[in-house]
Design a protein around this ligand. Structure first.
Ligand code: SF4
Length: 231
C-alpha cells in the first residue's frame, strides 16, 4: 500500500553520491523510513528493522524543502532513498521540489511502481540478488522500469550466484545503463577487503562478453568515510 504520510529517518548533506550512474555528484539526501524487503546484508537497517530503526519524523513537503534550504541554499540535487521511498506517495513533494528547481534522483529496489517515479530526473533501480535472501518479482520490476524517468540498473554483488543474477538481469534489460557494485558487509569489510572484492568483480566482468557497457563501482562514500550514517 502506498503511504501518504512522509516518514523520514534523516535529511543530510551536501555529500557525494556514492553509488550508481550519478556517483561522485554533490547531493542532498532524504532517507525515508520503511522497507518492503529485509535483505540479510542491509546497510540501512536503521530505516526499517525492528530494534534498530532510528526515530522517524513525519514532515510535510514544505518542511522538507525548508530543511534542504537550511542544509545548503545553493545545492539543487536531491537523492530520495530509504528504505524504499517508492512505498510513499511523493507526488506533492516531487512537485514542490521540482517547482524550486531541484533535480531529483531516486534509489529503489524495483518492487513498487508509483506514477511519481516518472516525474523525477532519474531512478536507480537496484534489484536484490540471491545473497540478500529476497526474491525478485520480475513483473513488478518490469513495471518499475517502465514507469520510471531515466531508469538505470544497479546490482550489488557478493558472490558468484549474485554475479549470475546480474548477468541474467543484463540480458533481460540490455539497453538500460547498468552498474555492478561491490557488496559491503557492514562491520566485517574494511577498505582493504572492499578493494580486493572490487578487483575480483572487475576481473570477472572485464572477461565477460555479457558485461559490455557496464560500470563496475565501489561505494565511494564508504571508501571515503566508512560505514557511517549521514554521509
Ligand atoms: S531493499 Fe535496501 S533498504 Fe530494503 S532491506 Fe534491502 S538493502 Fe535494506
Amino acid at each position: 500500500m502506498i503511504r501518504a504520510n512522509l516518514g523520514i529517518v534523516e535529511i543530510f548533506g551536501p555529500t557525494l553520491q556514492g553509488e550508481g550512474q550519478v556517483i561522485g555528484r554533490k547531493t542532498l539526501f532524504i532517507r525515508f523510513a520503511g522497507c518492503d524487503y529485509a535483505c540479510l546484508w542491509c546497510d540501512s537497517a536503521f530505516t526499517w528493522k525492528p530494534g534498530q530503526i532510528a526515530p522517524v519524523e513525519h514532515l510535510r513537503p514544505h518542511e522538507v524543502l525548508h530543511r534542504l534550504l537550511q542544509l545548503d541554499p545553493q545545492c539543487r540535487d536531491v537523492t530520495l532513498s530509504g528504505g524504499n521511498p517508492a512505498l510513499y506517495d511523493l507526488t506533492e513533494l516531487v512537485e514542490q521540489l521540482g517547482a524550486h528547481g531541484y533535480r531529483l534522483h531516486v534509489e529503489t529496489q524495483g518492487s513498487r511502481a508509483p506514477a511519481w517515479l516518472g516525474r523525477v530526473d532519474s531512478v536507480t533501480i537496484s534489484p536484490k540478488p540471491p545473497s540478500s535472501g529476497m526474491d525478485t518479482d520480475w513483473a513488478l520490476l518490469q513495471q518499475t522500469v517502465a514507469v520510471s524517468a531515466c531508469p538505470d540498473l544497479k546490482v550489488v554483488v557478493f558472490d558468484e550466484a549474485d554475479y549470475d543474477y546480474a548477468r541474467d538481469l543484463r540480458v533481460r534489460f540490455p539497453n538500460l545503463p547498468f552498474a555492478l557494485q561491490v557488496g559491503n558487509r557492514v562491520g566485517d569489510d574494511d577498505t582493504a577487503a572492499l578493494l580486493q572484492k572490487l578487483d575480483w568483480l572487475a576481473q570477472r566482468a572485464l572477461s565477460d562478453p555479457t558485461m559490455q557497457n557496464v560500470r563496475i563501482l565501489p561505494q565511494l562514500h564508504v571508501l571515503l568515510w566508512g560505514n557511517r550514517r549521514g554521509v
